[in-house]
Write a protein that binds this ligand. Sequence first.
Ligand SMILES: [Zn+2]
Length: 287
Amino acid sequence: MRIILFIPLYVFCFIFIYGQVDYITTIHPFYEIMKNIVGDRGLVKEILPAGASPHTYELKASDVKNVEYKTTLIMGSPKLDTWAYKFHYQNRIELLSLIPEENLLYLDAKFGKNKGKRMGTDPHFWTDPLTVKILLPKLNEKLCQIDKEGCDIYNKNHQLFSNQLDSLYQKIKEKLSGIENKSVLLAHSFFQYYLKRFHIDLVGIIEIVEGTEPTPRELKEIIETVKERKVRAIFTQIQHSDRAARIVAESTGIKLYELDPLGGVLDRKTYQELLLYNTQIILEALR
Ligand SMILES: [Zn+2]
Protein backbone atom coordinates (compact mmCIF):
# COMPACT_ATOMS: atom_id res chain seq x y z
CA MET A 1 0.00 0.00 0.00
CA ARG A 2 2.72 2.34 1.04
CA ILE A 3 4.74 1.59 -2.10
CA ILE A 4 1.78 2.29 -4.37
CA LEU A 5 1.28 5.67 -2.74
CA PHE A 6 4.92 6.68 -2.95
CA ILE A 7 5.71 5.76 -6.51
CA PRO A 8 3.50 8.37 -8.23
CA LEU A 9 4.89 11.10 -5.97
CA TYR A 10 8.46 10.07 -6.78
CA VAL A 11 7.76 10.01 -10.51
CA PHE A 12 6.08 13.39 -10.29
CA CYS A 13 9.13 14.94 -8.53
CA PHE A 14 11.44 13.44 -11.09
CA ILE A 15 9.52 14.97 -14.00
CA PHE A 16 9.26 18.30 -12.22
CA ILE A 17 13.01 18.58 -11.58
CA TYR A 18 14.02 17.53 -15.08
CA GLY A 19 11.43 19.66 -16.88
CA GLN A 20 12.59 22.74 -15.07
CA VAL A 21 14.57 25.50 -16.73
CA ASP A 22 17.27 27.20 -14.69
CA TYR A 23 18.22 30.83 -15.05
CA ILE A 24 21.02 32.44 -13.15
CA THR A 25 21.27 36.23 -13.07
CA THR A 26 24.19 38.37 -11.99
CA ILE A 27 22.65 41.41 -10.28
CA HIS A 28 19.37 41.89 -8.42
CA PRO A 29 17.57 44.04 -11.03
CA PHE A 30 18.19 41.31 -13.65
CA TYR A 31 16.80 38.76 -11.19
CA GLU A 32 13.66 40.88 -10.84
CA ILE A 33 13.27 41.27 -14.62
CA MET A 34 13.67 37.52 -15.12
CA LYS A 35 11.28 36.64 -12.28
CA ASN A 36 8.64 38.75 -14.00
CA ILE A 37 9.13 37.00 -17.35
CA VAL A 38 9.78 33.43 -16.18
CA GLY A 39 7.17 33.25 -13.42
CA ASP A 40 6.67 29.65 -12.31
CA ARG A 41 8.12 28.24 -15.53
CA GLY A 42 11.65 27.93 -14.15
CA LEU A 43 14.01 28.59 -11.32
CA VAL A 44 15.63 32.04 -11.26
CA LYS A 45 18.66 32.60 -9.04
CA GLU A 46 20.93 35.58 -8.45
CA ILE A 47 24.65 35.72 -7.71
CA LEU A 48 25.67 39.16 -6.48
CA PRO A 49 25.01 39.57 -2.76
CA ALA A 50 23.18 42.72 -1.65
CA GLY A 51 25.59 45.58 -1.02
CA ALA A 52 28.28 44.37 -3.44
CA SER A 53 29.28 46.26 -6.58
CA PRO A 54 29.04 44.34 -9.87
CA HIS A 55 32.17 46.05 -11.20
CA THR A 56 34.44 44.78 -8.46
CA TYR A 57 32.80 41.55 -7.34
CA GLU A 58 35.18 38.64 -6.70
CA LEU A 59 33.54 35.39 -7.66
CA LYS A 60 33.66 32.69 -4.98
CA ALA A 61 34.22 28.99 -5.69
CA SER A 62 30.81 28.24 -4.18
CA ASP A 63 29.15 30.64 -6.66
CA VAL A 64 30.58 28.65 -9.55
CA LYS A 65 29.80 25.29 -7.97
CA ASN A 66 26.14 26.20 -7.54
CA VAL A 67 25.63 26.69 -11.25
CA GLU A 68 24.89 23.64 -13.34
CA TYR A 69 25.93 23.24 -16.93
CA LYS A 70 22.38 23.35 -18.27
CA THR A 71 21.78 26.78 -16.80
CA THR A 72 21.07 29.89 -18.83
CA LEU A 73 23.19 32.80 -17.65
CA ILE A 74 21.61 36.27 -17.74
CA MET A 75 24.21 39.02 -17.52
CA GLY A 76 24.60 42.69 -18.46
CA SER A 77 27.67 43.24 -20.59
CA PRO A 78 31.43 42.69 -20.46
CA LYS A 79 31.71 46.14 -18.86
CA LEU A 80 29.46 45.32 -15.96
CA ASP A 81 29.72 41.73 -14.78
CA THR A 82 32.52 40.06 -16.76
CA TRP A 83 33.20 37.65 -13.89
CA ALA A 84 30.02 35.80 -14.89
CA TYR A 85 31.86 34.31 -17.90
CA LYS A 86 33.54 31.93 -15.45
CA PHE A 87 30.37 29.94 -14.98
CA HIS A 88 29.55 26.72 -16.77
CA TYR A 89 26.41 27.42 -18.67
CA GLN A 90 24.55 26.13 -21.64
CA ASN A 91 23.24 29.47 -22.86
CA ARG A 92 24.22 33.03 -22.21
CA ILE A 93 22.14 36.17 -22.72
CA GLU A 94 23.81 39.58 -22.50
CA LEU A 95 20.98 42.00 -21.85
CA LEU A 96 22.75 45.14 -23.08
CA SER A 97 23.19 43.53 -26.50
CA LEU A 98 19.39 43.21 -26.85
CA ILE A 99 18.91 46.99 -26.80
CA PRO A 100 18.77 48.67 -30.22
CA GLU A 101 21.65 51.04 -30.87
CA GLU A 102 19.45 54.16 -30.86
CA ASN A 103 18.35 53.45 -27.30
CA LEU A 104 21.84 53.06 -25.86
CA LEU A 105 23.59 55.80 -23.90
CA TYR A 106 27.31 56.49 -23.94
CA LEU A 107 29.96 57.58 -21.50
CA ASP A 108 30.76 61.07 -22.74
CA ALA A 109 33.61 62.65 -20.78
CA LYS A 110 32.91 66.27 -19.86
CA PHE A 111 35.97 66.93 -17.72
CA GLY A 112 39.72 66.36 -17.70
CA LYS A 113 42.03 64.95 -20.31
CA ASN A 114 39.27 62.86 -21.92
CA LYS A 115 36.90 65.81 -22.29
CA GLY A 116 34.82 65.51 -25.47
CA LYS A 117 35.72 61.84 -25.87
CA ARG A 118 33.31 58.94 -25.85
CA MET A 119 34.49 56.35 -23.33
CA GLY A 120 32.22 53.49 -24.38
CA THR A 121 28.63 52.36 -23.81
CA ASP A 122 26.93 52.96 -20.49
CA PRO A 123 25.96 49.50 -19.17
CA HIS A 124 23.47 50.67 -16.47
CA PHE A 125 20.39 50.45 -18.74
CA TRP A 126 18.02 48.95 -16.14
CA THR A 127 17.53 52.23 -14.25
CA ASP A 128 15.06 53.32 -16.96
CA PRO A 129 11.81 51.31 -17.09
CA LEU A 130 11.26 52.10 -20.77
CA THR A 131 14.71 50.84 -21.79
CA VAL A 132 13.90 47.61 -19.96
CA LYS A 133 10.61 47.48 -21.86
CA ILE A 134 12.46 47.98 -25.16
CA LEU A 135 14.65 44.92 -24.63
CA LEU A 136 11.83 42.57 -23.57
CA PRO A 137 10.69 41.37 -27.04
CA LYS A 138 14.24 40.26 -27.92
CA LEU A 139 14.68 38.66 -24.51
CA ASN A 140 11.44 36.82 -25.03
CA GLU A 141 12.62 35.57 -28.41
CA LYS A 142 15.80 34.18 -26.82
CA LEU A 143 13.90 32.49 -24.00
CA CYS A 144 11.54 30.88 -26.52
CA GLN A 145 14.54 29.48 -28.41
CA ILE A 146 15.98 28.01 -25.20
CA ASP A 147 12.68 26.68 -23.85
CA LYS A 148 10.12 26.19 -26.64
CA GLU A 149 7.49 24.65 -24.38
CA GLY A 150 7.61 27.67 -22.09
CA CYS A 151 7.12 30.18 -24.90
CA ASP A 152 3.43 30.87 -24.22
CA ILE A 153 4.17 31.61 -20.59
CA TYR A 154 7.04 33.96 -21.49
CA ASN A 155 4.85 35.76 -24.03
CA LYS A 156 2.04 36.26 -21.55
CA ASN A 157 4.32 37.42 -18.73
CA HIS A 158 6.23 39.71 -21.07
CA GLN A 159 3.01 41.55 -22.01
CA LEU A 160 2.04 41.88 -18.37
CA PHE A 161 5.44 43.19 -17.32
CA SER A 162 5.56 45.61 -20.27
CA ASN A 163 2.30 47.15 -19.10
CA GLN A 164 3.63 47.41 -15.56
CA LEU A 165 6.73 49.20 -16.84
CA ASP A 166 4.54 51.69 -18.70
CA SER A 167 2.58 52.48 -15.54
CA LEU A 168 5.77 52.76 -13.53
CA TYR A 169 7.15 55.24 -16.07
CA GLN A 170 3.94 57.31 -15.83
CA LYS A 171 4.02 57.23 -12.05
CA ILE A 172 7.63 58.44 -11.87
CA LYS A 173 6.99 61.10 -14.50
CA GLU A 174 4.09 62.50 -12.47
CA LYS A 175 6.12 62.48 -9.27
CA LEU A 176 8.93 64.43 -10.92
CA SER A 177 6.72 66.96 -12.67
CA GLY A 178 6.94 70.55 -11.54
CA ILE A 179 10.61 70.52 -10.58
CA GLU A 180 12.43 73.53 -11.97
CA ASN A 181 16.17 73.29 -11.44
CA LYS A 182 17.12 69.81 -12.52
CA SER A 183 20.90 70.08 -12.86
CA VAL A 184 22.73 67.20 -11.23
CA LEU A 185 26.14 65.56 -11.07
CA LEU A 186 26.74 61.80 -10.89
CA ALA A 187 29.63 60.13 -9.07
CA HIS A 188 29.69 57.57 -11.88
CA SER A 189 27.37 56.72 -14.74
CA PHE A 190 25.10 54.41 -12.71
CA PHE A 191 21.89 56.45 -13.11
CA GLN A 192 22.30 58.07 -16.51
CA TYR A 193 19.49 56.14 -18.25
CA TYR A 194 16.99 57.19 -15.62
CA LEU A 195 18.07 60.85 -15.66
CA LYS A 196 17.87 61.04 -19.44
CA ARG A 197 14.42 59.44 -19.56
CA PHE A 198 12.98 61.86 -17.02
CA HIS A 199 14.69 64.96 -18.46
CA ILE A 200 16.98 65.62 -15.54
CA ASP A 201 19.98 67.58 -16.72
CA LEU A 202 23.20 65.63 -16.16
CA VAL A 203 25.99 68.22 -15.99
CA GLY A 204 28.70 65.58 -15.79
CA ILE A 205 30.04 62.35 -14.35
CA ILE A 206 32.90 62.51 -11.85
CA GLU A 207 34.36 59.07 -12.59
CA ILE A 208 33.64 58.47 -16.25
CA VAL A 209 35.73 55.29 -16.16
CA GLU A 210 34.67 53.46 -13.03
CA GLY A 211 37.42 53.07 -10.47
CA THR A 212 39.46 55.92 -11.97
CA GLU A 213 39.39 58.89 -9.62
CA PRO A 214 39.82 62.37 -11.09
CA THR A 215 43.16 64.11 -10.71
CA PRO A 216 43.34 67.28 -8.53
CA ARG A 217 43.27 69.32 -11.73
CA GLU A 218 40.16 67.54 -13.00
CA LEU A 219 38.52 68.00 -9.60
CA LYS A 220 39.11 71.74 -9.85
CA GLU A 221 37.48 71.78 -13.27
CA ILE A 222 34.48 69.80 -11.96
CA ILE A 223 34.08 72.18 -9.01
CA GLU A 224 34.14 75.22 -11.29
CA THR A 225 31.61 73.68 -13.67
CA VAL A 226 29.11 72.69 -10.98
CA LYS A 227 29.22 76.22 -9.55
CA GLU A 228 28.74 77.77 -12.98
CA ARG A 229 25.91 75.42 -13.94
CA LYS A 230 24.17 75.80 -10.55
CA VAL A 231 24.14 72.07 -9.88
CA ARG A 232 21.47 71.21 -7.37
CA ALA A 233 22.56 67.78 -6.13
CA ILE A 234 25.34 65.21 -6.42
CA PHE A 235 24.27 61.57 -6.58
CA THR A 236 26.52 58.79 -5.37
CA GLN A 237 25.95 55.06 -5.48
CA ILE A 238 25.42 53.31 -2.16
CA GLN A 239 27.67 50.36 -3.15
CA HIS A 240 30.64 52.52 -4.20
CA SER A 241 33.18 54.71 -2.43
CA ASP A 242 32.47 58.40 -2.98
CA ARG A 243 35.72 60.14 -2.04
CA ALA A 244 35.88 62.41 -5.11
CA ALA A 245 32.16 63.26 -4.87
CA ARG A 246 32.65 64.17 -1.21
CA ILE A 247 35.45 66.59 -2.12
CA VAL A 248 33.25 68.26 -4.76
CA ALA A 249 30.38 68.52 -2.26
CA GLU A 250 32.59 69.98 0.47
CA SER A 251 34.14 72.56 -1.86
CA THR A 252 30.82 73.72 -3.30
CA GLY A 253 28.29 73.24 -0.51
CA ILE A 254 26.15 71.09 -2.83
CA LYS A 255 24.51 68.21 -1.01
CA LEU A 256 25.28 64.54 -1.63
CA TYR A 257 22.48 62.02 -1.97
CA GLU A 258 22.94 58.28 -2.07
CA LEU A 259 21.02 56.31 -4.70
CA ASP A 260 20.71 52.55 -4.97
CA PRO A 261 20.68 51.14 -8.52
CA LEU A 262 20.81 47.52 -7.34
CA GLY A 263 18.41 47.04 -4.44
CA GLY A 264 17.61 43.57 -3.16
CA VAL A 265 17.33 44.85 0.40
CA LEU A 266 14.63 46.23 2.73
CA ASP A 267 11.96 48.12 0.80
CA ARG A 268 13.83 47.78 -2.52
CA LYS A 269 13.09 44.20 -3.48
CA THR A 270 10.90 44.43 -6.56
CA TYR A 271 11.86 46.40 -9.66
CA GLN A 272 9.04 48.88 -9.00
CA GLU A 273 10.05 49.36 -5.36
CA LEU A 274 13.65 49.95 -6.38
CA LEU A 275 12.82 52.71 -8.87
CA LEU A 276 10.28 54.37 -6.60
CA TYR A 277 12.77 54.35 -3.72
CA ASN A 278 15.30 56.22 -5.87
CA THR A 279 12.64 58.56 -7.24
CA GLN A 280 11.81 59.60 -3.68
CA ILE A 281 15.46 60.53 -3.01
CA ILE A 282 15.76 62.40 -6.32
CA LEU A 283 12.57 64.27 -5.48
CA GLU A 284 13.94 65.27 -2.06
CA ALA A 285 17.19 66.40 -3.66
CA LEU A 286 15.57 68.57 -6.33
CA ARG A 287 12.50 69.92 -4.57
ZN1 LIG B 1 28.14 50.79 -12.12
